[in-house]
Design a protein around this ligand. Structure first.
Ligand code: BTN
Length: 241
């Protein structure tokens, strides 16, 4: 495992994609400050200062893209949630991979693939975690957000937190690649904000809204709903609204 840290960069994901050929498998690219961080659906990922985490796991598991690779974001969300649990917190996961504390987003995860000539060059798995932020700064974010320091009422040692997260991630990574989502399914289900009694859910898939009764998660990590006609619909992208 290798670490590359920038004082300032546009985006650790963007850097990793552009330099994929020169970055070894299992390298962590991190930045103290991101000037152009982005998230899912091309949203801006606001920089909340140097005491927060902005990092990208550069992974080269094989030269073909496999279904299990799509579940790495869920694996990382469970890994982070388990770290929070050991700190005495009660995290939840909002499908597919947002981690919430007190019902508010504390972390965002974005995986991107680099494919060239039909071959997978690498996966860049980016994560931003709000570790030390003021309630005022959180006002810059246009949806409910929180930060670990505010949840715990004390400041968080960034280096220690980051090292722990990286170690936890790689401790189960090889097994996860072999076994896929079933390895984390029961943990994911327990952590999910969607539970058997949740009832109706709405999922935005770009600008299409899908509605139905929450039914469960499939072995490949997709969300299953029952539509009005009682027909199962499997949803593998989008976000809960
Ligand atoms: C989301 O919730 O939409 C995902 C946010 C991902 C943000 C991280 S911060 C590190 C890495 N670099 C980026 O530009 N984005 C990811």
């Amino acid at each position: 495992m290798k670490l590359i840290n920038f004082k300032e960069i546009d985006s650790t994901n963007k850097y990793s994609k552009l330099n994929i050929d020169n970055i070894e498998d299992k390298t962590i690219v991190s930045a103290d400050f991101q000037t152009g961080g982005y998230g899912r659906f091309d949203r801006v990922w606001v920089d909340l200062g140097t005491e927060n985490i902005y990092m990208t796991f550069v992974l080269k598991p094989s030269d073909v893209l496999l279904p299990v690779h799509a579940n790495l974001t869920q694996y990382l969300s469970v890994t982070l949630a388990q770290q929070f649990i050991e700190m005495g917190l009660s995290p939840q996961i909002k499908w597919p991979n947002d981690v919430l504390l007190s019902g508010k987003k504390v972390c965002g995860i974005l995986a991107e693939t680099v494919i060239s000539g039909g071959k997978l060059k690498g996966i860049v798995l980016g994560i931003g975690v709000n570790l030390n932020t003021s309630a005022d700064s959180l006002g810059l974010i246009d949806r409910p957000a929180t930060s670990l320091n505010l949840e715990l009422g004390k400041s968080i040692d960034k280096q220690e937190f980051m090292n722990e997260l990286i170690n936890r991630f790689f401790a189960g990574y090889d097994k996860f690649l072999q076994e896929g989502f079933p390895l984390i399914k029961s943990d994911y289900e327990k952590l999910s904000i969607l539970q058997k009694n949740t009832g109706e859910v709405k999922i935005a898939v770009f600008n299409i809204i899908k509605e139905g009764k929450f039914s469960g998660f499939d072995n490949d990590g997709t969300l299953i709903i029952l539509d009005k006609g009682g027909i199962e619909q499997k949803i593998n992208m989008g976000e809960l609204v």
